[in-house]
Design a protein around this ligand. Structure first.
Ligand SMILES: NC(=O)c1ccc[n+]([C@@H]2O[C@H](COP(=O)([O-])OP(=O)(O)OC[C@H]3O[C@@H](n4cnc5c(N)ncnc54)[C@H](O)[C@@H]3O)[C@@H](O)[C@H]2O)c1
Length: 321
């Protein structure tokens, strides 16, 4: 049995769908369907997953140790993909306690129970945000992560330390996945691509922090999922390991917006704002390690990936919003 937490979330949904394509796989998915963003979107993702007979869903919160323990003891998962977390950088400025609950307490519960039932492999979502404001690019996995500039990143960095200690103490195979700005169909409403597309369609202004001078290593969802699945089979050179999962190309936000405009055949109205507290100016990943170890090859550039998102968006919302 494969256990995926956060299966109704953006990345968890795509990962679950891909794993279920192989009819031999059985997946147990968990999510608390919280209202951090539109719950309907989460439920609609779930509806698609529930069409598979090899998929079972449990609505539960990972902060509830007792209930989570029952699940681990009953299903005895072999592989755990832990994606449930409180995501988002801006939300962490106002609601840090959400991150303590899901990302520290919830994470510990998953880690400890993975040890208790001796899972073969625990893979969990970390983030590029833990690199903070580094200037040495592209960023390798060896870069310093002890200077987070937001609380979200601090909780994810703590996850990596907690996981490292458990891996050493109990000889557990654990892989930390440092995702870089993942985007694509069924994407998150709190992220730039979704917000920009929606506002441009609705003739509303798009807000550009740091006067639009951000750079991001945008990672298309299918490449992200491929990376995760390749790493699930990584040979255990070391029990604990960390990988960047990214496209490996850092692009200016202005260029990203131009592609959206071309796709929608409409100009955006821009509102330029100062850099926000906690905002990272540039992300640019080295993907050498994941390429060398598991032959990862990202295939989708933003020129291809953005139109795919926009097609989905128009279809899903009937072009109304
Ligand atoms: N999308 C990105 O660009 C990106 C980048 C870096 C890291 N990440 C990390 O990847 C993971 C997945 O991200 P996503 O973009 O799919 O986010 P998401 O918010 O769409 O998915 C997370 C899911 O976890 C669920 N969840 C949250 N707290 C929970 C709890 N306490 N108990 C049970 N379920 C809970 C939510 O309901 C949601 O469906 C997260 O850990 C996130 O921090 C994402």
């Amino acid at each position: 049995m494969i256990f995926i937490t956060g299966c109704a979330g953006f990345i968890g949904f795509h990962l679950t769908k891909k794993i279920l394509k192989n009819k031999k796989n059985k997946v147990l998915g968990l999510d608390n369907l919280n209202n951090y963003y539109d719950v309907k979107l989460k439920k609609d993702r779930l509806k698609i997953l529930l069409k598979h007979k090899n998929f079972k869903f449990i609505r539960r919160d990972i902060t509830n140790y007792k209930k989570l323990e029952n699940i681990f003891k009953y299903y005895k998962p072999k592989t755990v993909y832990h994606l449930a977390a409180q995501a988002g950088v801006r939300h962490s400025l106002k609601n840090p306690e959400d991150y303590v609950k899901s990302n520290l307490i919830g994470f510990f519960n998953i880690l400890h129970l993975s040890k208790e039932v001796r899972v073969n492999h625990l893979l969990f979502a970390s983030t590029s945000s833990i690199y903070g404001d580094q200037t040495k690019m592209p960023i390798t996995e060896n870069s310093v992560i002890t200077k987070p500039i937001q609380f979200y990143a601090a909780t994810k960095g703590s996850n990596e330390l907690m996981a490292y200690s458990y891996s050493k103490l109990y000889s557990l195979k654990i892989t930390a996945l440092r995702f870089f700005t993942v985007y694509g169909p069924w994407g998150r409403p709190d992220m730039a691509l979704f917000k920009f597309t929606k506002n441009i369609i609705n003739n509303k202004k798009i807000e550009l922090y740091n006067f639009g001078n951000h750079f991001r290593d945008f990672t298309y969802i299918d490449d992200c999922i491929n990376g995760i699945l390749l790493l699930s089979k990584r040979k255990s050179v070391s029990k604990y390991d960390i990988f960047n999962i990214a496209n490996g190309n850092s692009r200016p936000l202005e260029h990203f917006i131009k592609i959206i405009e071309t796709c929608l055949n409409k100009k955006s109205k821009k509102k330029y704002l100062v850099l926000q507290k906690g905002d990272i100016k540039k992300t640019s990943a080295s993907i050498r390690k994941i390429k060398e170890q598991v032959n990862f090859k990202p295939k989708v550039s933003i020129n291809i990936g953005i139109p795919k998102f926009i097609n989905w968006f128009k279809e899903y919302y009937g072009f109304q919003r």
